[in-house]
Design a protein around this ligand. Structure first.
Ligand code: ADP
Ligand code: MG
Length: 698
């Protein structure tokens, strides 16, 4: 721990390095760009680039890359060296302002959903000066946005930055109405908690499904699962503890504030939580975290699984997105205040989130829709596919009393009058312990729990920022027109609560009764990706995103296509992997065991002709029946995969994969898992669930 002050951020070109290495005026100009979003002049960029290069070279770095987040979901980089020829046949280490602010990766291999074909062949990357450059694996990485030449976003960062701007613009309008003329900026803050599994590398390599798809496609339940719940917050095994220490150290070097690490519910499952930061920085940091989780694991003979559901029947992995809005003066706008004015403002921001989540619940759901997350939502220890909001009993009671004009009797009897009465003090009660809500208020922030562990948090935050911006816009439009502010505010808050209270649900989200109840409230229950994604291209969504300049219509449609394609590709790869595993492992293993049994029967009969061999015979019969049906189902799956591959329309194909391929895989799996249970251990060549889940044992 004593190492922290030295090491922390040692590989980041951060504020203190800038201050030390940049001339005063350059530093000031860059800071202005960073804090106010002003344009950066090329001469400033030249000085910054040179200082950055000198700093990097002093650490033995020779290459740089524009680091960006294309639609593939992982980060991309293309390395260039600083080396330039001088006029005497030698070489210089150079890095120009132009090379810093703009790059031209060969964009043709990144998914664009047809955008580049429609607009411009090439794309370029542009420096995001608000995110610090850093050194990773001996390369200077410049965080950038990735766009086409005609300005269409080809990445996840560009729309995220746009959505943050939209939110800021509308939030500032509201703040001005409350007489706040000092706040200049409003930023979305994000703290993504990351869940993951660790498995032994040797065993991992023996499972083609883990290697190719990140999850197990076959596997019978182990005798001991997570039912004892003895893993959660349990002692951390030495090998895992060493991994976590190493990971923290690597993350700290990159300036990522990894803070808490603990075991999760399932055996082999763990969590890392960082300290929250500005949404785009948190997104960058989370991408780095996921990358390092994998590379550091390799050093420890481990593999880090980031899939949302690596093991059927065992807890999946999520990425809880903690979100709040904060001013540059340090005020958290979702923090209940101490004065009537502050409370009124808090209530208005709270209402904006309630309204936003209710009106755009389908869009929020769509923002977390992936093939992997389909296995998680609605399953073991994961929120249902229905979006609802948890506010806690106290806050709900306060809202009720506001709506009905009744007395709030929680701690003291008060008649709530907005802007006049101080909000009765309510403790940050048991709120954050309700783990079953997909969207929970946890005292001064919201925790969106639907995102899966692999997802970039850019997507959900783009939606969150934009829908709240829209609610705030509507509020500001109303309030700016009224002469009696308090009266108008009071009315607005009351009507918002009345209109949107159906989204508030404080009960158990895992309960089946909730599914029925939610239906009667008219809440959407979009159970799978093809169904959920449609919300993206509804006129309502297109209007929202274009109005706030977060996406153009073409950008939305292209993203929709990319997501559908990803879904189809994932399912297709899974089906092919499963087919391969059944052919290469399951059936041959069963045959070998059957052969052994048949041998035993005939050998026994040779010695004692009238021996019965009941056990051997019935086992052989059962194996034979099961392998017959496995073979049948295998053929059915092969046929299905080949047929669906030919569907040209991505939306239609995605639905077909979901409705036909998915169940065909489940049927084949059921047979194989049953076989696994009765085939002798030494004949079964795939590592089992028990092997994998308890692979890190000391
Ligand atoms: P828990 O959810 O277990 O109660 P915490 O409340 O301490 O734990 O925080 C969980 C995550 O939420 C952490 O990553 C933390 O940095 C983040 N977080 C805390 N406060 C905020 C905030 N105001 N805005 C965004 N994220 C926050
Ligand atoms: Mg939490």
């Amino acid at each position: 721990m004593n190492e922290l002050p030295d090491n922390f951020g040692s590989n980041v070109f951060n504020d203190s390095v800038m201050k030390e290495r940049l001339p005063k005026e350059t530093y000031r100009a860059l800071k202005k760009t960073i804090s106010e979003g002003t344009h950066l002049e090329l001469d400033v960029a030249n000085v910054v680039a040179n200082a950055m290069k000198d700093w990097a070279v002093s650490k033995g770095v020779t290459h740089f890359t524009h680091w960006f987040q294309p639609m593939t979901g992982i980060t991309a980089e293309k390395h260039d060296s600083f080396i330039n020829p001088d006029s005497h046949g030698g070489a210089l280490m150079e890095f120009s302002g132009k090379a810093l602010v703009r790059g031209e990766p060969d964009a043709s291999s990144f998914p664009s959903g047809g955008l580049r074909a429609t607009f411009e062949a090439r794309g370029y990357t542009a420096w995001d000066p608000t995110s610090y450059a850093f050194i990773k694996d001996g390369v200077l990485c410049i965080p950038t946005a990735f766009c086409s030449y005609s300005g269409e976003a080809l990445d996840k960062k560009t729309p995220l930055l746009r959505s943050m701007e939209a939110l800021e613009k509308q939030a500032l309008r509201i703040l001005r109405l409350f007489g706040d003329n000092t706040s200049k900026r409003v930023v979305a803050q994000v703290g993504p908690e990351q869940e993951y599994f660790l498995v032994d590398r040797e065993l991992y390599l023996k499972r083609p499904d883990l290697v190719f798809t990140g999850r197990t496609l076959l596997g019978a339940r182990p005798p001991k699962g997570q039912e004892l719940e003895d893993h959660y917050f349990g002692t951390i095994k030495k090998r895992v503890a060493d991994y976590m220490t190493d990971l923290d150290r690597e993350l700290w070097k990159l300036g990522v504030y990894a803070k808490t690490e603990h075991n999760e519910v399932a055996p082999g499952q763990h969590e890392l939580a960082p300290i929250f930061s500005t949404a785009n920085l948190a997104t960058d940091a989370n991408q780095l975290t996921m990358e390092l989780m994998k590379t550091v694991a390799a050093r420890h003979g481990l593999v880090c699984l980031l899939h949302e559901k690596p093991f059927a029947g065992v807890n999946g992995s999520g990425k809880h997105n903690n979100w709040s809005i904060c001013t540059d003066t340090g005020a958290n706008l979702l923090e209940p205040g101490a004065t009537p004015r502050e409370n009124a403002q808090f209530l208005l921001f709270l209402c904006a989130v309630i309204k936003a989540v209710d009106e755009y619940q389908e869009l929020l759901r769509a923002s977390v829709a992936t093939a992997g997350n389909d296995h998680r939502l609605g399953a073991n220890e994961a929120p249902p596919a229905i979006v609802s909001m948890f506010l806690g009993d106290e806050l709900t009671e306060i809202l009720d009393s506001i709506e009905n004009g009744t007395l709030y009797t929680g701690h003291e009897k008060t008649q709530m009058e907005i802007g006049v009465t101080v909000l009765p003090h309510f403790p940050k009660d048991t709120t954050d312990r309700n783990r079953t809500s997909p969207f929970a208020f946890t005292g001064n922030k919201f925790e969106f729990r639907m995102p899966g562990s692999t997802l970039s948090v850019a997507g959900p935050n783009i939606v969150l920022n934009t829908i709240v911006a829209e609610a705030l816009r509507q509020f500001a439009d109303v309030l700016e027109k009224e002469s009696d502010f308090n009266c108008a505010l009071d009315k607005l808050i009351r009507t918002t609560i009345k209109e949107h209270r159906r989204i508030v649900f404080n009960g158990n989200g895992y309960d089946d009764a909730w599914v029925k109840e939610a239906e009667s409230r008219g809440l959407a229950n979009l159970r799978n990706t093809p169904t959920a994604l449609r919300a993206m291209v509804e006129p309502k969504a297109i209007e929202l995103f274009t109005k706030h300049r977060v996406f153009s219509e073409a950008e939305i449609r292209s993203r929709y296509e990319i997501l559908l394609e990803n879904y189809c590709k994932t399912l297709n790869i899974e089906a092919l992997t499963m087919i391969d595993m059944v052919n290469k492992y399951v059936l041959p293993d069963v045959l070998e065991y059957e052969g052994e049994l048949a041998d035993i029967i005939s050998r026994k009969t040779a010695v004692i002709p009238d021996i019965r061999c009941d056990m051997e015979k019935s086992l052989l019969k059962r194996l034979s029946e099961l392998s017959d049906s496995a073979a049948q189902r295998l053929t059915a799956l092969e046929k299905c995969a080949a047929e669906l591959k030919r569907i040209a329309d991505p939306a239609e194909q995605a639905c077909a994969y979901r409705e036909r391929l998915f169940p065909a895989m489940a049927e084949l799996r059921a047979c194989c898992d049953e076989l696994e249970l009765i085939v002798g251990r030494k004949y079964w060549s795939l590592p089992t669930y028990a092997d994998l889940l308890y692979s890190v044992s000391e």
